[in-house]
Design a protein around this ligand. Sequence first.
Ligand code: EPU
Length: 337
Amino acid sequence: MRQSLHNTSLRKYNTFGIEVNAKELIICHNKEEIQTLINEKNFNNQNTLIIGGGSNLVFTKDFDGIIIHPQIKGISLIKEDDSNFWIEAGAGVLWDELVQEAVNNNWHGLENLSYIPGHVGASPIQNIGAYGVEAKDVIEQVKGIFLEDGKDFQFNNTDCKFGYRNSIFKNELKGKVIVTSVIYKLSKEPNFILSYGTVKEEVEKLGEPNLKNIRKVITAIRKSKLPEPEEVGNAGSFFKNPIIPIVKFHKLQEQFDKVPSYPIDTEWIKLPAGWLIEQAGWKGRTMGNVGVHDKQALVLVNKGGASGNEVLNLSQAIIKDIQEKFSITLEPEVNLI
Ligand code: EPU
C-alpha cells in the first residue's frame, strides 16, 4: 500500500545526509499505485520531485512540495536469443543488486558498473557510467509514466537522447515523468572492457578476465577512492568532467607536465575535474562541515551536520577558483535542489 509522510525528514533519502524536510513524501510500490496517485492529485501545478536512491542530489533547503519515492522491485529475464538476454528491472531495485544478479547469471555488460550507489530508475536519467561503460550501452528501453496524465510511455534507446551524464529526462522531460522499469540488453558472450586506468592489470593479478574478477576489481577501486555514504555523506562525483577544445588542452600541457585526459574527437577532449581541483589545492580541504575528499577531489563530503548551503558555498568557491586558474567552467554533476 502507498505510504504518505507529511513534514518528514529527508535525511535517509539523500546519501549526502543533509537534514531537510519535505512537505510530503509518498512511497509507491508499483506502477498502479503511482497511476492512482496521479489520478487523485493534480501534479501539474505542484512542486514535484522523484527520488530513487538519493545518491546524486543535494538539498539546499526544505522541499516545499511532493516527493515520490518509487519502490518498484523485481528483476526478470523477459526474452533471450542466441546472443542476448533482455532483463527488465524495477526502478526501485538497488543498482548494485542488479549488477550482482547479472554477474551471477553470466549476463554480460553491467560488470564495469559495479558498486555504483543508487537505484535502477536513475540509470537512464543521468546515464550512469564508470570504467569505460555507460548505461546507454546496455539500455534497450525505458518504461514509465507521465506525471501530467498518468499515461504510460516506452522509450527506446535513441528516444532517450543519451549523452555524457545526460538524457532527455534531464532536459525536455525534466520533472515530467517517473521511470518505472528499465530493460537492459545484455550479452551471452563476453566483451570485456578493461582499458580504463589500472583495470586490466588488476584483473590479471586475479587470473583470467571474467565477470566475477572484473566486478571484484572495480568494486575494490571504487572502495579505495570513494567514501561509503553510510560512513561519510557524499553524492559521488560532484562535478562533471569538463569537455574543452583541444587547443586549450595543448596550452595546459605547456604549463603542466602531465595532463590526464579522455579523448572525445578531433576537436574536443574531456579533462578529469578531480585533477583540476587537486592542482588548485582543494584536495582534502575543509570548509565548516563540508570538505573535498582526500582520496578523490571530485567528491565533496559531509564532515557531519553539513547544511545544503555549506555544500553550495564550497562548490561555488571551487567553481570560481577553477575558472580563475584554468579558465574552465565546472558544472555540477549532482542535482542541486
Ligand atoms: N585525478 C586527480 N586527482 C583526483 C582525482 C582524479 O588527479 O583527486 C585524475 C587522475 O589522473 C585520475 C583521473 O583524474 O587518473 C581519473 O580519475 P578517476 O578514475 O577517479 O575518474 P574521474 O574522471 O574522476 C569519472 C566519473 C566517476 C567514475 C570514474 C571511473 C564523472 C563525473 N565521474 O571520475 O563517476 O566512477 O570516472 O570511470 O564522470 C559519479 O558519476 O558519481 C562517479 C563516481
